[in-house]
Design a protein around this ligand. Structure first.
Ligand code: NDP
Ligand code: ZN
Length: 184
């Protein structure tokens, strides 16, 4: 299969798996927009070309948020892509607070490929929290999300300066900060 075919295969698989899901913003955007945003950031903003990273990004929420199993991913996409997806998936046995702490604790131990996917995920989620936040999130909760995302990313820096700089630009829009260039 061609490189384009490889990407389309992952997109088709993720679109089918996420077909009944929506994001948490007030418009309830289609879930698949989010994995597409990750691969767009990686490919077109950061110049990442590693096909396993790009396919891993497209598939990154299939295990955590759908019924997709590791065996299924291995069967369709091979062991390396399955491992990338598992690395960026939270442990479903933990409570929400522990999952969040584990992401901070484990950021440094991720493979290089998983670090790139994690960076793209946090970039896209910070942009969403800034522009299309989950319904009902007040300023404190949005700020907490920014601070947690920064703590995760601070644990994996040194992997890709361009992507890290894109993350820092997203973080600079933390709610409650002065927008650059805005009059006082
Ligand atoms: P999360 O913080 O887990 O929700 C954010 C996640 O939802 C993102 O990481 C993203 O994950 C996904 N998501 C879907 N739509 C959007 C969107 N539009 N914008 C951004 N992210 C989106 O929320 P939970 O409700 O699961 O709560 C988890 C934690 O929040 C708990 O630890 C709890 O302690 C804390 N909490 C804080 C409160 C407060 O007021 N401060 C109140 C209640 C809970 P992905 O990319 O993986 O899909
Ligand atoms: Zn995600």
């Amino acid at each position: 299969m061609s490189r384009t075919g490889d990407l389309i295969q992952a997109l088709a698989f993720a679109a089918a798996k996420h077909r009944d899901q929506r994001r948490k913003d007030v418009c309830a955007s289609p879930y698949i927009n989010h994995p597409i945003q990750l691969v767009d950031v990686l490919c077109n903003e950061a110049g990442v070309e590693d096909i396993n990273v790009l396919r891993g990004a497209i598939l990154h929420d299939t295990v955590e948020d759908t019924e997709t199993t590791a065996d299924e991913l291995t069967q369709h996409f091979g062991q390396q892509i399955c491992e990338i997806v598992l690395e960026v998936s939270d442990d479903a046995n933990l409570c929400k607070a522990d999952r969040k702490q584990e992401q901070i604790n484990h950021a440094a131990t991720l493979s290089d490929e998983a670090k790139l996917v994690k960076l793209a995920d946090k970039i896209c989620n910070l942009r969403d929290v800034a522009d299309n936040p989950p319904a009902g999130w007040g300023i404190e909760r949005r700020q907490e999300y920014f601070d947690w995302a920064l703590a995760v990313i601070d644990g994996l820096r040194g992997i890709h300066p361009v992507l890290e700089s894109i993350f820092d630009q997203a973080y600079a829009r933390r709610p409650g900060q002065e927008e650059p260039g805005q009059p006082e």
